[in-house]
Design a protein around this ligand. Structure first.
Ligand code: GP9
Ligand code: MN
Length: 656
């Protein structure tokens, strides 16, 4: 009985699929359901699928599939199935990617396919069993399609009946042509009319500044987003690119000139540490909320906390990174520009001109080296570090892989080996170290787990704390070795975290901090990393609560080393300048010492929230208006500088 009903369903499905309109409607319905599941699986706050989003979703599905009407029956059926496989594969990859990066896969990211693969363990932890819903239709559709495609006997149907004569053949061809073309037109109308309307009203300026892919997605849907991303990439790289208007170039140059003027402060600190070595450590996923915190009576970062007593500690320091993660932290810190809205500068524009720390310090007699024990091609570092003029990039192949944690040799061994290598480097030197042991998903070998994470035991949050505790121990050993190697009294040591830990569940933070966490708290938790600056004589020690960001690090160093930064194009100012600061974040959020602005995912300044930092309550959004405009402007200038290689042009004109 059951077998015969299954056979009945199967033959009914075969009949349905053989009908071109029914098969097409089935395809659109299934794919629409998948797009809806995709949307809700993303769990993006404040973005719902409204009726217009459904219209755009249908429109974009029509746009990617209209051409199947032009094909003969078997070609049409095969193409629809193939499209189902491809689109499903794409949106599912997007979902997994989003769970980690809070962004979608873009062409530049695909160009680094090896990189996505290297996430290995991480990717496994990002896959949920409910995701099977994306593939459930394949169980039926793949075999049914295959049986239609490979059957020998022709089932009665108008489309497979022998054609009586040329006339009826041409009739069929005309009908196919009309159906496909009408679908194309309908697809264009359903997709572009509402998108255009949005970009003229509540999402005005979105495509010009496109600073956040999630906001773009909110308007275009995921298929539209990928279409736009391909267009954007082609514009960057395939010769379609327009040149930046002279007016915009002049405007940007003026902005840099003004910023240059703001950096000319000459106080007692200027040049106080001239010719000191500089050792800078970028710690993987080291966030500020763990600093000076305990769990079950045990300090999470005891060594770092101890070091803070004799260092300058910036307690409201923002990482300013975007999708380029570690590479963005590196780029922003070294170049004092901002990251791109999509992809990483390291992979998109590695050979453009930037004024970076290693290249500038080298002009002032320094040796400059970078240490990171991972594949040298990851994040395109090989190319970038050559462009930055480092003497050498000590990568995985230079480190004895004697004690492994996660992706590479343990931080403890990495630190030890790096300091050993520095023995052969002439002073003064600049050494930039990038750690790795505390990388997501924070799997630390049992014997290295020394923290009692109590209630967090067995959770990714507990594993994160455990990893940071491990890195802290390694940092403690690093400081000891610096001392025994005679580097402590003649080196500036800078330590900061690169970005957040990708753990977005706020209940963990509430449980950990023992209090409710507001929207503002959460934004600050996820965007703040610690910055520690230890000066050779330990002076200036204390907590500096004023807002600061990665773009301020290099200018601060130039200040301490007495290097005039006037010839250079930098966006940030020195932390020691005493000037008020605005710290722009890639999302369009910003902080100064009075307010913190959170833009609405759905776009539009008025929809954002402006927090007063003294009351920590939302205030009139207009209190953030000026900072919002300045943030937008800085992001735009930085984007244009990077994309159009403006520094090269500025420098060429100043030489002439
Ligand atoms: C790998 C390391 C990690 O080399 O920098 O990069 P991330 O995944 O954090 O961007
Ligand atoms: Mn990182």
């Amino acid at each position: 009985m059951q077998i015969s009903s299954a056979v009945g369903i199967r033959s009914r499905l075969i009949r349905l699929i053989n009908n071109r309109y029914a098969a097409y409607a089935l395809f659109i319905t299934i794919m629409l359901i998948k797009l809806v599941i995709f949307h809700y699986s993303l769990q993006v706050k404040n973005i719902d699928m409204n009726p217009v989003d459904y219209i755009i979703a249908v429109g974009s599905l029509l746009l990617v599939s209209f051409w199947t009407f032009w094909l003969p029956p078997k070609g049409r059926i095969a193409s629809l199935m193939l499209l189902n496989l491809i689109i499903t594969g794409f949106i599912y990859s997007d979902l997994v990617f989003y769970r980690y990066f809070e962004d979608f896969i873009t062409v530049p990211v695909l160009m680094q396919a090896g990189q996505v693969g290297s996430l290995g363990e991480s990717i496994r932890s990002l896959i949920h069993w409910q995701d099977l819903f994306f593939f459930i239709d394949w169980i039926i559709l793949v075999p049914v399609t295959a049986s239609i495609l490979f059957r020998k006997r022709r089932v009665s149907n108008y489309s497979v009946q022998p054609l009586a004569n040329a006339r009826s053949r041409s009739n069929i061809m005309t009908r196919r042509l009309i159906a496909g073309t009408l679908t194309l037109i309908l697809g264009c109308v359903l997709t572009f009319v509402p998108i255009k309307a949005a970009s003229k009203t509540w999402a005005v300026g979105l495509f010009e500044s496109n600073w956040w892919n999630v906001t773009l997605y909110n308007v275009t849907g995921i298929i539209g987003f990928h279409g736009y991303d391909i267009y954007r990439y082609a514009k960057d790289h395939l010769g379609l690119q327009p040149v930046l208007a002279q007016e915009a170039k002049d405007h940007n140059q003026l902005w840099f000139d003004k910023a240059r003027g703001d950096r000319t402060v000459r106080d007692d600190n200027f040049g106080k540490y001239k010719d000191s070595n500089v050792i800078m450590i970028q710690v993987e996923a080291f966030m500020n909320f763990v600093v000076n915190q305990t769990i079950n009576g045990q300090e999470i970062t005891p060594n770092f906390n101890k070091l803070l007593q004799e260092s300058m500690y910036y307690s409201n320091f923002y990482h300013q990174t975007a999708l380029g993660r570690t590479s963005d932290a590196d780029f922003v810190t070294q170049s004092s520009l901002l990251p791109l809205p999509s992809g990483s500068v390291f992979t998109r524009f590695p050979s453009h001109v930037y004024d970076t720390l290693p290249s500038i310090l080298k002009q002032h007699g320094y040796a400059a080296n970078v240490f990171h024990s991972y594949d040298s091609s990851f994040w395109n570092r090989n190319t970038v570090y050559k462009e930055m003029n480092y003497d050498r990039y000590y990568s995985k192949k230079d480190f004895k892989q004697d004690e492994m944690i996660g992706w590479s040799v343990s931080d403890a061994s990495f630190f030890k080996q790096s300091l050993d290598m520095m023995k052969d480097i002439p002073e003064p030197f600049y050494s930039f170290l990038i750690t790795l042991s505390s990388h997501h998903p924070y799997g630390l070998p049992k014997e290295k787990q020394k923290l009692d994470t109590g209630e967090f035991q067995g959770t990714i949050f507990g594993d994160y704390l455990q990893s940071i505790h491990y890195v802290d121990e390694a940092l403690g050993e690093f400081v000891e070795q610096m001392k025994s190697q005679g580097l402590w009294d003649n080196s500036i040591l800078i330590i900061y975290g690169d970005h957040d830990n990708s753990i977005k569940d706020e209940t963990f933070y509430e449980q950990f901090l023992g209090r409710e966490v507001t929207e503002l708290d959460m934004k600050q938790i996820m965007n703040q990393v610690p910055l520690l600056i230890h000066l050779p004589d330990g002076s200036g020690a204390g907590v500096y609560p004023e807002p600061a960001g990665m773009m301020n690090t290099a200018p601060t160093l130039y200040h301490l080393l007495g290097i005039s930064s006037e010839p250079y194009y930098l966006m940030g100012g020195s932390l020691l300048s005493g000037k008020e600061r605005l710290v722009p974040l890639r999302s369009g959020a910003f902080s100064d010492d009075k307010v913190f602005f959170i833009p609405a995912e759905s776009g539009g300044f008025e929809n954002g929230t402006c927090y007063n930092l003294s009351t920590r309550q939302p205030t009139d959004v207009n209190a953030c208006k000026q900072g919002y405009e300045e943030t937008k402007q800085q992001l735009k200038i930085s984007d244009e500088t990077i994309t159009y290689n403006l520094l090269k042009q500025f420098k060429e004109t100043s030489v002439k």
